[in-house]
Structures are given as structure tokens and as C-alpha cells.
Write a protein that binds this ligand. Structure first.
Ligand SMILES: Nc1nc2c(ncn2[C@@H]2O[C@H](COP(=O)(O)OP(=O)(O)OP(=O)(O)O)[C@@H](O)[C@H]2O)c(=O)[nH]1
Ligand SMILES: [Mg+2]
Length: 390
């Protein structure tokens, strides 16, 4: 009886000790797996274990951890740039076609009355084309329709296409300058592209997409996160860059001097012999005091290292007249050399292309036609007009 009792006590001790040991093992495993670096396995008293000693099992346990170390994310291959606007034209046609369809339906009427011409004008104004260009376009159409007596739908379409193309102006140089100048001592400097605009227009997205365009063209790129307003902005930019193997110069401190970050980015671009430095800036309201100073300072500081190749103003195509007001302010402040019109996929008011070019006297160079990483296209007037006409 006592023998049996002892047996039960012995079994109990074995179960408790064994169970306790089993609980300890996962806990110690967990501790070792915490960091991203692989720590050397240790013995119970903290000494580093020799392989094959009593702490041997720990060595075996460590091996799978090394195996599950996440591999570096594979770099993405951006889409080729050629033909992008053709690919995105359907998207434009879907949102932009009310303009083309309405114009065509009125123009094809048998006898055009004053009311019809008023309707045409209204349609153009609703598409944000602006009063001046609308009048120009209608005057030209009136003359040609009267002189030529055009009624056949195909001929009307050709006529409208020609006149729309004229107001969009195919003669403007829309190339984004991405070749830097040669310095005094023969050093090839990076092309510095500064990207400005109010918040939410799509600056950071555009910088990210543009980096991909350049990578697709085998150009080397450095990004500068001069939006130091919030750390998340630099993270957003860095994520875009990392996807295509492009480095981002940033400050880890919120509210750091944006001009200093821009300067560092350009300096790095110079040191590394990089082709293009893209500098993202903070979005700010057009009436915010200090806008002039801040952009002025960024520009001055950058040009100590290399001249600005481009100042791109990013405008949201869906904001209409408000976007034009912004354009005016930035045009005065930042010496804008090109416009990026974003969210053209989400608006039937494509006429803003014409209005904003007139307002600033600088061409639309790029258009954003979606949220996808490769939904940025060099602006092509012909494809654009075809998109409007559906
Ligand atoms: N549909 C569509 N959405 C776009 C386009 N470009 C940007 N966006 C979206 O617009 C939003 C704002 O984009 P951001 O790039 O963060 O804008 P931002 O100008 O950098 O904003 P701040 O840094 O706050 O000034 C995001 O949700 C983008 O995905 C475009 O061409 N089409
Ligand atoms: Mg941003």
C-alpha cells in the first residue's frame, strides 16, 4: 500500500517537473526570436554555448529562426513609359466623355441656332476650360462650320478634334527636364526636381510614380523628404522608393528644417553621381503665412548645390477654380516650370488642362490617371483630346 503511495507521489513529481519544463521552453524561445538580428544561443547562466555542449538543443532551436528571417522584398519592375497615356485613355474617356459626347451631339444638329451655340459654350465652361479658351474655340468652330457647311458626324468630329487640340496647344515643350547641367569643373550635376502644391493634391504619390518612371528608363534617383511636417510623410515617400530600390534622404525628427533635408538630398545626389533628385515638399494652404519664405529658402539652399531643373506644381483636377487660384499663388512664389494634373481619372472637367496652362503660362507635363503605382503618364495632347471625344 505504502509502495503504491510512493509510486503515485513519484509519478506526480515527474509530471509537475516535466510540465514546468515544457512551459519554460517556449518562453525562452520567444525571447530569442524577438529581434531582427540573430543572437548567439546561450547556456542557462548566460554564457555563449559551444556547439555540441549541453546547450546543444538551443543551437538546434536557433537554426529555424535564421531560416524564417524575412527575405528582402523583391524589387518591382515599373511599367514602360511609352504608350502609357494610350493605356490610360479609356479611363479618361470614361470620365471625360460627357464633354466630347455633348459637344458632338450639339454640333451634329441640322441647323445650329444661337441656343445651340450657348449650349456648346455652357458645356465647355462646365468642363473648366475657361472663358477665354471657350470663346476662342467656339469662334473658330462657328467660322469653319459656316464656311464648310459641315454636317457629317465624322467631319464634325474631326473639326472639333482639331480645334480642341489647338487650345490644348501641341507646340508646348512638355518634356520633364531630367538631365542635370555640367558644373564649372566638368562635374555632371544631378537634375533637381522640386515638387510643390497644396495638401492632398498628390505630391508624394507623384514623386513616387515619377521615381518609377525614371527607374523604368534606367536613370538613377534619390528622393528627398522635405515634408518634415509629420514623420508619416517621409515614411510614405520612403515606401514608394523602396519598392524600386531608390533611396530616400529624410530626417527622423518632426519639424526639422525642410530646406536642410532638401540640401542633404541634393548633396547626396551629387556625391553619388545620381541622375535625378526628386524633392517632395509639405502641402500647405495658399494663404499660410511664410509660404513665400519657406519655398524661397528651399530653393535658395538647393541651388547652392545644383540648379533646379524643374519645379513641378501638382494640382488636383477635381478642384476646379480653387485649383486655379492655387496655381496662381504657386506660380508667383515658386517659379513653376511644369504642371502635374492629378486625379484626371475622377473628373469630367478635363478642360482644366487648358485653363491652368493659360493661367500659368506653363505646360501640363504629366497627368495622374489613377491611384496605381504606374498611373502617371507624360501628357500627350492628342491622346488627351481623343480621350475627351470618347
Ligand atoms: N484617383 C487618383 N487618386 C490620386 C491620384 N494621385 C494621387 N491620388 C490620391 O490622392 C491622395 C493624396 O495623395 P498624396 O500623394 O498623399 O498627396 P500629397 O499632396 O502628398 O498630400 P500632403 O502630403 O498631405 O500634402 C492619395 O489617396 C492618392 O492615392 C490620381 O492621379 N488619381
Ligand atoms: Mg505628401
Amino acid at each position: 500500500m505504502t509502495d503504491l503511495l510512493w509510486l503515485w507521489i513519484l509519478l506526480g513529481v515527474v509530471v509537475v517537473v516535466g510540465g514546468g519544463a515544457a512551459l519554460l521552453v517556449p518562453r525562452s524561445r520567444k525571447r530569442r526570436g524577438g529581434g531582427s538580428t540573430i543572437a548567439a544561443p546561450t547556456t542557462g547562466d548566460g554564457r555563449v554555448a559551444e556547439p555540441g555542449t549541453a546547450a546543444g538543443p538551443a543551437v538546434e532551436e536557433a537554426a529555424p529562426e535564421a531560416a524564417v528571417e524575412p527575405a528582402a522584398p523583391a524589387l518591382e519592375t515599373p511599367e514602360p513609359v511609352a504608350g502609357r497615356m494610350v493605356r490610360l485613355r479609356d479611363r479618361l474617356a470614361r470620365t471625360g466623355s460627357p464633354l466630347g459626347a455633348r459637344l458632338l451631339s450639339v454640333l451634329s444638329r441640322d441647323h445650329l441656332t444661337e441656343d445651340d451655340w450657348d449650349e456648346l459654350e455652357e458645356t465647355l465652361l462646365l468642363a473648366d476650360i475657361g472663358a477665354g479658351p471657350a470663346e476662342e474655340l467656339l469662334d473658330a468652330l462657328r467660322t469653319r462650320v459656316r464656311v464648310l457647311g459641315v454636317r457629317d458626324p465624322k467631319a464634325v468630329r474631326d473639326l472639333l478634334r482639331e480645334e480642341l487640340l489647338k487650345v490644348v496647344d501641341p507646340s508646348l515643350d512638355r518634356e520633364v527636364a531630367t538631365t542635370g547641367p555640367t558644373g564649372a569643373d566638368g562635374e555632371r550635376l544631378p537634375a533637381v526636381v522640386l515638387v510643390v502644391g497644396v495638401n492632398g493634391t498628390g505630391k508624394t504619390t507623384t514623386v513616387g510614380k515619377l521615381a518609377r518612371v525614371l527607374v523604368a528608363e534606367d536613370r538613377s534617383v534619390v528622393l528627398g523628404a522635405a515634408d518634415t511636417f509629420r514623420a508619416a510623410a517621409a515614411d510614405q515617400l520612403q515606401t514608394w522608393g523602396a519598392r524600386v530600390g531608390v533611396e530616400t534622404v529624410r530626417s527622423d525628427r518632426d519639424g526639422a528644417d525642410p530646406a536642410a533635408v532638401a540640401f542633404d538630398a541634393v548633396r547626396k545626389g551629387r556625391d553619388d553621381g545620381t541622375d535625378v533628385v526628386l524633392v517632395d515638399t509639405a502641402g500647405r494652404l495658399q494663404n499660410k503665412a511664410g509660404l513665400m519664405d519657406e519655398l524661397g529658402k528651399i530653393t535658395r539652399v538647393i541651388t547652392r548645390e545644383a540648379p533646379l531643373a524643374e519645379v513641378l506644381l501638382v494640382l488636383d483636377a477635381t478642384t476646379g477654380q480653387n485649383g486655379l487660384n492655387q496655381a496662381r499663388v504657386f506660380g508667383e512664389v515658386a517659379g513653376v516650370t511644369g504642371i502635374v494634373l492629378t486625379k484626371l481619372d475622377g473628373t469630367a472637367r478635363g478642360g482644366i488642362v487648358v485653363a491652368v496652362q493659360r493661367e500659368l503660362g506653363v505646360p501640363v507635363k504629366l497627368v495622374g490617371l489613377g491611384e496605381g503605382p504606374d498611373d502617371l503618364a507624360p501628357f500627350d495632347p492628342e491622346q488627351f483630346v481623343d480621350g475627351l471625344l470618347g
